[in-house]
Design a binder for this molecule. Structure first.
Ligand code: PMP
Length: 449
């Protein structure tokens, strides 16, 4: 096969060619089987090759795949928006459809700014975000992302948005490990607002559980309650980026339900179609929508493929499949089982410093010394080495390392499809154990531990 025209993630790397998928398994064209232990990029939450989805897809395609949203609405898009409003907490009753998580957060930013403009607050247009975060690769989304390597080339073109620390308890930014948590990382939001002036700020954005930049970093209880309180006090909208955490992944339909906090805007992606088509959404509350409904009556965002009937029908069937098969509860139950297994690995391997996450969004962080929590030098490439070893043995895990040198260390995400069985979890953990064994021996031999 001619392989010199497709721009792949790393151009000098030889990638296997995908053949097909079934359940938690993927197969390459050489017949090798892989456990999709990360659901791709935390996406394939109902597993691969689900025929119910293929049927819904073909049924819609037989009717119509594309009709432009400026000309028509569709039964599928209307039904999907209604379904999401039923599933979402509070009065998050409105959905705007896009094609990727980056577009969903970018649109969230624009809607927040538009909301304030419609109310006459022209200057409320800054977004506060956190260092150690990832909200997407487009310029607006990247401006909000506290991820140094992904920003680096474009820094002069980016808005200077991220400003507060993440609630990274394993490496508490306020050294509260000994004195007890006083949620100072949440209070940083108040300080940031006071510095910039609430009259200049549209919104605060956060991933409920931090994914790609740190590996399932989970905030302390009370954190989001405090954040919401501060947002309300200063008239700042709260955007939850649930692109990775949403649609059941963490054992709740929306991760913010773990803390009983309803955001003003939610960005969704990945799990919305479980990988069966590109679709994402920005959901907003009645309160955020109100001045837009009264004012310009149109959201200044959108794409050619926004709300296309085919993607909407696929996503609708994915949501129905999740409900029919009780997969949100499965995420919680299987997550507890996998969490215990990962804790078992931490007892065996000293390089595992932290096991964390919720539901089936779990993370491992690695350290060269457990007591001092010393991270490995990123040049050692521990994360890619582990990911590559696992891949060679037929297990896919997701790298989440190096977002901010010296703050976020080496980490991986383990996030298999929500349909995984206990026996399949045992197999996943067995391969992970063998990969860690090999890695730990190598690090010993190199004198690094
Ligand atoms: N937000 C979060 C929390 C994500 O995890 C991601 C993807 N890793 C994005 C936004 C961007 O989504 P996409 O890659 O679909 O543009």
């Amino acid at each position: 096969m001619e392989r010199n025209h497709l721009i792949k993630p790393t151009l000098d790397q030889d990638y296997p060619t995908i053949s097909h998928g079934n359940g938690i398994y993927l197969y390459d064209t050489d017949g090798k089987q892989y456990i999709d232990g990360s659901s791709g990029a935390v996406t394939a939450s109902i597993g691969h090759g689900v025929l119910d989805i293929v049927e819904a897809m073909t049924e819609q395609a037989r009717k119509v795949s594309f009709a432009y949203r400026s000309h028509f609405t569709s039964g599928a898009a209307e039904a999907l928006a209604k379904k999401l409003s039923e599933l979402a907490p509070g009065d998050l009753n409105w959905s705007f459809f896009v094609n990727s998580g980056s577009e969903a957060t970018e649109t969230a930013m624009k809607i927040a700014i538009q909301h304030w403009q419609e109310k006459g607050f022209e200057r409320k247009n800054r977004i506060i975000s956190r260092w150690t975060s990832y909200h997407g690769i487009t310029m607006g989304a990247l401006s909000m992302s506290g991820h140094v390597p992904r920003r680096k080339r474009f820094v002069p073109l980016l808005e200077d948005f991220p400003s507060i620390s993440a609630p990274y308890c394993y490496r508490c930014p306020h050294n509260n490990e000994t004195s007890g948590c006083k949620l100072k990382c949440a209070d940083e939001l108040e300080t940031a607002i006071q510095r910039v002036g609430s009259e200049n700020i549209a919104a605060f954005i956060a991933e409920p559980i931090i994914g790609a930049s740190a590996g399932a970093v989970t905030p302390p209880d009370g954190y989001y309650q405090r954040i919401k309180e501060i947002c309300e006090t200063y008239d700042i909208l709260f955007i939850a980026d649930e692109v990775m955490t949403g649609i059941g992944r963490t054992g709740k339909m929306f991760a913010m339900e773990h803390w009983g906090v309803t955001p003003d805007i939610i960005a969704l992606g990945k799990g919305m179609s479980a990988g069966y088509t590109p679709i994402a959404a920005t959901m907003i509350t009645d309160r955020v929508m109100e001045p837009i409904l009264k004012g310009s009556k149109s959201i200044m965002a959108g794409h050619t493929y926004s709300a296309n009937p085919l993607s909407a029908a696929i996503s609708l069937e994915v949501l129905s499949y999740i409900e029919r098969n009780d997969l949100v509860r499965a995420a919680e139950e299987k997550g507890q089982y996998l969490f215990k297994k990962l804790q078992g690995l931490a007892e065996k391997f000293d390089i595992i410093g932290d096991v964390r996450g919720k539901g089936l969004l779990l993370g491992l962080e690695f350290v060269s010394d457990r007591v001092s929590k010393t991270p490995f030098d990123l040049q050692i490439g521990l994360t890619p080495r582990l990911v590559n070893k696992a891949f060679a043995k037929g297990l896919i895990i997701y790298p989440a390392a190096g977002a901010i040198e010296g703050i976020a260390g080496d980490a991986v995400i383990i996030s298999p499809p929500l349909i995984i069985t206990n026996e399949e979890i045992d197999r996943l953990v067995m391969i992970l154990e063998a990969s860690l064994d090999e890695l730990q021996q190598e690090l010993h031999a190199e004198g690094l531990i």
